[in-house]
Design a binder for this molecule. Structure first.
Ligand code: ZN
Length: 405
């Protein structure tokens, strides 16, 4: 009686007992969410979050209290991020660990340390009838988005990785643009031509997208200013081009394009956080983290409409730059220096590296490296199955937890 009550309450497990008392079978039914969002703040460790929230609080004239969208989620955990061959992972090894649940070497993308392809959760979900959206603020064939559809022993094999976009069959891609737009040998055939020959419409900018979505069911959306060109590398000054599609808008476009009839999975990367941290640019890092938070907020609005069917997971692949809230043995922050320099430089940080370092010293923000750092990264979650993400996990655990295993 007790067993039957528990099973009925759980609604997920059928337990059958044979006459002699042995367990005959345990049947597990579907436990994953219908709508799944996975956000990856590239390079966004706990310190990036702490510096950003301290700055936001300072702007509001208080010490502490201001919060990014995702730090308000009810579930918080931490994920170890080491790769198969280093304490300090790169984005392709971490992206592969998160997407496929397999540790690999730095520089490897969607393959194990022996070079064998591994399966991203986006393919598992596609097989289960989910529509798939892959979104990034940096190019679509860069390491993190690439880990969700590509397989290559060299994360820099951009042209080959791009050719896996049509092979994936995924419905929606949105990003800054396409690296190696004209191929590694200067091929006359652009990546956009190649994608269009295989059933994808490559659109550039908002107006192009609005028109394309009326008639196309597979789209690669890029920023308008990267039309017919190699994507401009992330501008570490933090100055945004006119008419840029924000990461939040990309997430909204993804939701609208995929629709709610069928289940969907959206992976969204805030890639500019990492790129700002590589240059140790404090305010561009803060702005990129806030833009990422705004993108998560779009998913959270969706969650509020579909709370019993939606899961949102927000994490990072690794931290970058070793940023610290505090420097020079002082016990306060100099955010006013950051704002003053920003205003003087027309809303950009176009300082040379030495002047930038001096600015960080005045702002009492410490940076230890131009590369990545190896500490565990935060995990925030809300919605169906979110409780599985609390406590200490490894980045390879994320796939199974999202798939409801
Ligand atoms: Zn990086």
């Amino acid at each position: 009686m007790r067993t039957r009550t528990i099973a009925a309450l759980a609604g997920m497990i059928t337990m059958l007992f044979c006459a002699n008392g042995c367990t005959a079978s345990t049947e597990k039914t579907e436990t994953k969410a219908k709508y799944i969002f996975l956000f990856i703040g590239d390079g966004m460790g706990n310190s990036q979050v702490a510096v950003t929230e301290a700055y936001m609080s300072w702007k509001e004239g208080r010490l502490g209290g201001a919060q990014l969208s995702f730090t308000q989620f009810p579930v918080f955990g931490t994920a170890t991020s080491y790769s198969a061959n280093s304490n300090i992972t790169d984005s392709s090894a971490a992206g592969t660990a998160i997407a496929a649940g397999v540790k690999t070497n730095n520089g490897y993308l969607g393959v194990d340390p022996e070079g064998n392809p591994v399966k991203s959760m986006s393919y598992d979900l596609k097989e289960d009838g989910y529509s798939i959206g892959i979104i990034s603020s940096v190019p679509i064939n860069h390491a993190t988005p690439g880990s969700f559809y590509g397989h290559n022993k060299d994360r820099g094999g951009y042209y080959a990785i791009t050719q896996e976009i049509p092979a994936s069959g995924f419905e929606f891609f949105a990003s800054a643009g396409i690296l190696h737009y004209f191929g590694p040998d200067g091929n006359s055939e652009s990546s956009a031509d190649l994608l269009e020959q295989q059933g994808y419409d490559v659109c550039f900018g908002k107006a192009d997208f609005e028109q394309s979505r009326q008639t196309n069911d597979k789209i690669v959306l890029c920023q308008e200013y990267n039309k017919d060109t190699e994507p401009v590398n992330y501008d570490s000054t933090g100055n945004k081009p006119e008419g840029e599609i924000t990461l939040a808008e990309m997430v909204q476009y993804g939701i609208d394009f995929l629709g709610t009839e069928e289940p969907f999975f959206i992976m969204c990367e805030g890639g500019e956080i990492d790129w700002a941290c590589h240059s140790n640019k404090t305010l561009p890092m803060i702005n990129a983290t806030i833009a990422f938070s705004d993108a998560v907020a779009v998913a959270y609005e969706f969650y509020k409409q579909h709370p019993d069917e939606t899961l949102i997971v927000v994490t990072a692949d690794h931290a970058t730059g070793g940023v610290a809230l505090g420097a020079r043995s002082r016990y306060h922050s100099g955010f006013a220096e950051l704002d003053k320099s920003w205003a003087e430089n027309n809303n950009s940080n176009n300082l040379d590296p030495i002047s930038n370092r001096e600015l960080n010293e005045k702002a009492l923000i410490g940076w230890t490296t131009g590369g990545h750092t190896g500490e565990p990264v935060p995990v925030y979650a809300v919605g169906v199955g979110s409780e599985k993400f609390s406590g200490r996990i490894d980045n390879t655990d994320i796939k199974g937890k999202i798939l409801g295993e």
